[in-house]
Each structure stands twice: as structure tokens, then as C-alpha cells.
Design a binder for this molecule. Structure first.
Ligand code: P53
Length: 477
């Protein structure tokens, strides 16, 4: 408090969702199955399925969270109206690839799928909400996994570009901000969701993952080119699962370990933002025995088509040590991180570090000098509905306020930031755990971990709070 926050006048305040976590209607109007659609809820061992998709494909589970989710597909008008009531200037969402190409390699796109997004964008426009669209958020068509082992196959580049071309042409004038791949670095951690990839049978899984990553990087560059050609107004961003890694101690070995850990993610953004592979990648590939196959045009495509802005998700900082006896880890995250004794921990074991957001933003901006966009940030917690149908989520307000104040500080540090979309602005299914009970929203949805509930929407305390934050352009923080 005291000094007032200096958010720019045109700062894009909003919230974020992803198709597979909120739309439901998993086979409606010609949609094909997506990767996520074969994953069960947490209680049915979602993580096992995630790392053994062949097995998951053969297993019949009780409950598939993505099949109905919160049924945004049939509630989008009501939901976008609530976003508008909060004052959203931007809505980050994703397009479901298998709604547009049910098998990924279909001759022509599915008109009904395209129509759905026409309506969603029209609804956004009605309230002057700018859509920010993720082209692929963990839900590639399942058929591409079966037929090609996903992005391991270079054929995916062409299929993805065909999909992009359809989107850029169809939604020209409707959508200006695009993200090519959600959390592109996650392909190294969750290759099935990130790349439609099963790496278990590979002699060198690292080779396979980086080859798939290379294909995505080339596809991202060529999509950027296409977006700019089709509409010079288009702004294309990359998207990193970010969070600065801290060294556990001032032991130089810990510092080196932290730098090395961050490079694993920055590798992707280095390529997408600078246009070429970073020099350190040569050594990493040598150590891991990786030899990538490049097409003749790849180098030029990467170099000539870098991103316009850099977006990222930030939930917390990370912590690493060179000493294997330092053991205590945070729970419930795909990223193994040590537990930071200076930070608070949520019910799902994620830690809160607002200042870490400022550090991360400064770090990324120093590295690339391109505008940033914070497209995911938030607290997944259990919420309780009182008999009066109220939800007092002060813990969420505290988390968001702390992070937003630090975002404001980063702007004052000199970081150029286009906007902020908090994750799961309406409750939705968790990507990591498949649970509904891990809630992020300003809007509560009556739906439980077994898929039961009325789907009724309720405003949480954080709804009013965020409305004020936006109305005062951050002065309220
Ligand atoms: P949840 C971990 C695992 C999967 C996706 O996560 C993740 C992460 C965190 O880095 O990334 C994003 O739902 C993702 C969203 C996801 C959000 O984190 O496991 O882009 O799809 O919902 C939050 O609590």
C-alpha cells in the first residue's frame, strides 16, 4: 500500500481457461476425441494413465472429467456475461483442435466446431472483451497419437499449420492475440499431453522428446509467419511454464544447479524469441546423446519468425539443490521442486511466492526485451459454500493480491507487460489432478469430483474483489 500501483491505462485485465478443462460436450457437433479425453479422474490413477497412455486407451474408467467438465459449451453466454460483469478486458481461452479437425488429418474442417467459436468470439465482442487464443492447450486429437505417435512425427507440423490456417482465416478480425502452444516446455515433463507422445518404448526418450519439441518450435515459427501474412494486426506469443528456480543455498553448486534447471525451460523461449538454438543446447544434446533431424528450411523459418510477445504461467518459484540429501519436496506437482521453508503451502502442496513473480518477470524481460503477458496465475483451493450460497475465499484474494502487487512492482521496475489473465477464472477441471475440487475461480461451479452437481454458477467473494481491482486499474490493490 501507500504508493499507488502504476498499471498502464490499456492494461489487459482478465482470466484464462482451456477448452479441454471447461467445455465438456466431448463428442458434441462432430468433435473427435482429444488426448485428455482418455484420462480418468485422480481417484482412478490419472497420473499412471498420463505416463502410460497405451494402457489408458484400453481401460474403461468410471469418470472422465473432460467429458462434461463445467459444460462451458452450453453455458458460454452466461459465463462470458459474468466475465464482463467483472470488467474483463481480455479472455484467454483455447480452441479444441479435435473440434475443428476431429482426427487431426481430416480433409476439411468441421463446420460446427468452427461455428461454436464464432459464437464465443461474438459474445466476447459484445462486451468489448479481447480474446487471447491458445491454439493448442494439451488436447491434440487422440487420433494423431494413435497414428503418428504425435509430434514425434514431422507430419504434425503440416497438420498443425493446416489447422492454424483455418483459424487465422476464419477468425480474422475477431482474434488478434494468439498463443501457439500452451506451456511448450511441459512436453519434457508430460510428453503425452504436451506432444501426443508415448516415450516408454523409445531407446532414448530424451531424443524423442527433443525431436518432437523441435517440430513444435518449427511449427510455432511457421504459424507465426502465417498469422502475420493473413492479418498484419495479429500478435503471436509463445507460452512458458515459468517460475524462477532458486538455489537451496549459496553453495556455488546449488547456484549452478538452479541456472541449469531454468535453462531447461528457457531453451524453448530462446528459440521462439531469438530465432535460433541457444549455444548451451549443443552440450546438453551431446550429454543426452541427442541428434536432431532438421529439414533444410528449419533454420531460416526459426530465424525469420520470432514471436511478438512472451507469455507465461506462474504459480510459484522453484527450488533446487545439488545435494541429493536435501529431500523435502513440494507435493502435487508434475515439476519436482524442493520445499522452500520461507513460503506458505496450499492444500495441494503448491507454494506461494509473489515476489518470485516479480523476479521471474524481470528475468524474462532482461533476457528477451519483448512485451510480457502473464497468462496464468492463481491458487487452486477447496472452497466451501455457506448455506446462504456464499463463498468466502479470502485465501484466494490474498494470493492474487500479493501476486498482482508484485506484478505492479515489476512494471515499475521497467518491465513491459501487456496484461494479466488469472488461471481458471471460472472453476474448471484441474489439468494435473483431474479434480473439480481444486478450484481457481472467481465463479464457483456446482460440480464435484465424481461429476455430480447442478452446474449452477455462484459468485465468490473474489469476484467482487477482482471487479474492484479492474475498475480501479489496480489502484485498489
Ligand atoms: P492444475 C502442472 C501440471 C499440468 C499443467 O494446474 C500445468 C501444471 C503447472 O505448471 O500447467 C498449467 O490444474 C496448465 C493449466 C493448468 C494449470 O497449470 O494441475 O496450463 O492447464 O490447469 C494449473 O492445478
Amino acid at each position: 500500500k501507500g504508493e499507488k500501483m502504476k498499471f498502464p491505462d490499456n492494461f489487459l485485465w482478465g482470466g484464462a481457461t482451456a477448452a479441454n478443462q471447461c467445455e465438456g460436450a466431448y463428442l458434441t457437433d462432430g468433435k473427435g476425441l482429444s488426448l485428455v479425453d482418455i484420462l480418468p479422474a485422480k481417484a482412478e490413477k490419472r497420473n499412471e494413465a498420463l505416463f502410460n497412455p497405451e494402457q489408458a486407451l484400453k481401460t474403461k474408467y468410471q469418470y472422465y472429467p473432460s467429458h462434461q467438465s463445467i459444460d462451458f459449451y452450453h453455458h458460454f453466454r452466461e459465463d462470458i456475461k459474468l466475465f464482463a460483469e467483472m470488467g474483463f478486458k481480455v479472455y484467454r481461452m483455447s480452441i479444441s483442435w479435435p473440434r475443428i479437425f476431429p482426427n487431426g488429418d481430416d480433409e476439411s474442417p468441421n463446420e460446427q466446431g468452427l461455428k461454436f467459436y464464432d459464437q464465443v468470439f461474438a459474445e466476447c465482442r459484445k462486451y468489448k472483451i479481447e480474446p487471447l487464443v491458445t491454439i493448442n492447450h494439451f488436447d491434440a486429437p487422440l487420433a494423431l497419437f494413435k497414428k503418428y505417435n504425435g509430434w514425434a512425427n514431422r507430419k504434425l507440423v503440416d497438420l498443425y499449420l493446416k489447422y492454424c490456417e483455418v483459424l487465422f482465416k476464419r477468425y480474422k478480425g475477431q482474434v488478434k492475440y494468439w498463443l501457439t502452444f500452451n506451456e511448450i516446455n511441459m512436453i519434457l515433463h508430460i510428453p503425452f499431453l504436451g506432444g501426443g507422445l508415448d516415450v516408454r518404448n523409445s531407446e532414448n526418450p530424451e531424443q524423442l522428446k527433443y525431436q518432437a519439441a523441435h517440430h513444435q518450435l518449427v511449427a510455432s515459427a511457421r504459424a507465426t509467419k502465417l498469422a502475420h501474412e493473413i492479418d498484419s494486426e495479429n500478435q503471436v506469443g509463445c507460452m512458458l511454464a515459468a517460475g524462477q528456480t532458486y538455489p537451496y543455498t549459496c553453495n556455488p553448486k546449488d547456484v549452478w544447479a538452479a541456472l541449469t534447471a531454468d535453462r531447461e525451460g528457457y531453451f524453448f523461449i530462446d528459440v521462439q524469441s531469438r530465432g535460433y538454438y541457444p549455444s548451451y543446447s549443443r552440450k546438453i544434446f551431446k550429454e543426452k546423446n541427442i541428434e536432431l533431424q532438421w529439414a533444410a528450411t528449419d533454420q531460416q523459418d526459426l530465424l525469420e519468425n520470432t514471436v511478438d510477445f512472451i507469455s507465461f504461467s506462474y504459480y510459484s518459484s522453484r527450488l533446487t539443490s545439488a545435494d541429493p540429501s536435501v529431500m523435502e519436496k513440494t507435493a502435487g506437482n508434475i515439476f519436482a521442486s524442493l520445499k522452500n521453508p520461507y513460503l506458505k503451502t496450499s492444500s495441494w502442496g503448491w507454494q506461494t511466492d509473489g515476489l518470485g513473480l516479480r523476479t521471474t518477470m524481470n528475468q524474462i524481460y532482461d533476457r528477451y526485451q519483448k512485451p510480457l503477458f502473464v497468462v496464468e496465475n492463481g491458487l487452486g483451493e477447496k472452497d466451501e459454500v455457506t448455506p446462504e450460497k456464499e463463498i468466502h475465499d479470502q485465501y484466494r484474494i490474498d494470493y492474487l493480491a500479493e501476486n498482482l502487487r508484485e506484478l505492479g512492482n515489476a512494471i515499475e521496475d521497467g518491465v513491459d507487460c501487456l496484461g494479466y489473465t488469472s488461471w481458471g477464472c471460472i472453476d474448471l477441471v484441474s489439468a494435473g489432478s483431474g479434480e473439480m475440487s481444486k478450484r481457481y475461480g472467481y465463479i464457483y461451479v456446482d460440480r464435484d469430483d465424481q461429476g455430480k452437481g447442478s452446474l449452477r454458477r455462484l459468485k465468490k467473494d473474489s469476484f467482487k474483489w477482482y471487479q474492484k481491482v479492474i475498475a480501479t486499474n489496480g489502484q485498489f490493490l
